[in-house]
Design a protein around this ligand. Structure first.
Ligand code: PGA
Length: 241
């Protein structure tokens, strides 16, 4: 496990984008596992810049996102489908039919989860998985629990996550209560994992993930058993290490 510290969130984004760029340059048909939330935005901006500068070609890349809200129309401004288009997909030459985000509106969500995991396997597995971390230590929407769940599944969001995500919606009542998320097994199967954390509200989760027990109460703690994981942290997120 590697831990890299940076002064600012922008540098975390630059570093993550550099590692993703190296992956895409060395394997143009790479499979990227992507995350939403505020944390990866500087990474996506840096990738867009590298594309515009002619350094990166995404035409053969395929992507799988970590998660999506349930029962939120995909064109809703707060859906992760919309987020990805706005923050990355609409600005690079990645064919939209090479991108996948779980369908939180599927009639049978269990089947959607199984199909999603199968699609990742068929694509050859994820080469590099980008993760943020929740204030409660979640990765994807794998919330604190008594067990790690292997596959893509439906999750009941915790109050802490609902409150954290409330900032994107008109009111807390509008935040969906359920999501569909890659499981810990699907995340751990990625060949390389980048965990990004910025800001002091992530400091406790980062401390628990790195120094606490490996325990599903802090889902990110399992990453310490991954053979190729890099934590990219700004000073504030590393403040309790
Ligand atoms: P954030 O979300 O990047 O918006 O803080 C991260 C997460 O909840 O995984």
């Amino acid at each position: 496990m590697q831990i890299h510290l940076y002064d600012h969130a922008e540098q975390v984004g630059q570093a993550a984008a550099t590692l993703i760029a190296a992956q895409v340059i060395s394997k143009p048909d790479s499979v990227l596992g992507l995350a939403t939330g505020s944390t990866p935005i500087p990474t996506y901006q840096a990738l867009i810049k590298m594309y515009r500068d002619g350094v990166l070609d995404f035409s053969k890349v395929r992507t799988f996102n970590l998660d999506e809200y349930c029962k939120l129309p995909i064109d809703h401004e707060c859906s992760y489908h919309s987020f990805m288009r706005e923050q990355l997909f609409d600005h690079i030459n990645l064919p939209l039919d090479h991108t996948r985000v779980p369908n939180g509106n599927a009639e049978n969500l269990q089947e959607e989860g199984a199909n999603y995991d199968m699609a990742i396997s068929r694509a050859g597995g994820i080469d590099i998985q980008v993760l943020g971390i929740g204030r409660n230590g979640h990765i994807g929407f794998n919330e604190p629990a008594n067990a790690f769940v292997y596959g893509c599944h439906v999750v009941n969001l915790t109050q802490s996550t609902i409150e954290a995500n409330r900032r994107f919606f008109d009111s807390e009542d509008d935040v969906p209560r359920q999501a569909i998320s890659l499981g810990i097994g699907s995340i751990m199967n990625a060949r390389k994992v980048l965990l990004l954390a910025t800001g002091e509200d992530k400091a406790q989760a980062i401390r628990d993930a790195i120094y606490g027990d490996i325990n599903p109460k802090t889902q990110a703690s399992i990453l310490r058993t991954h053979p190729d994981v890099i934590f990219l942290l700004d000073k504030a997120a590393a403040g309790l290490l």
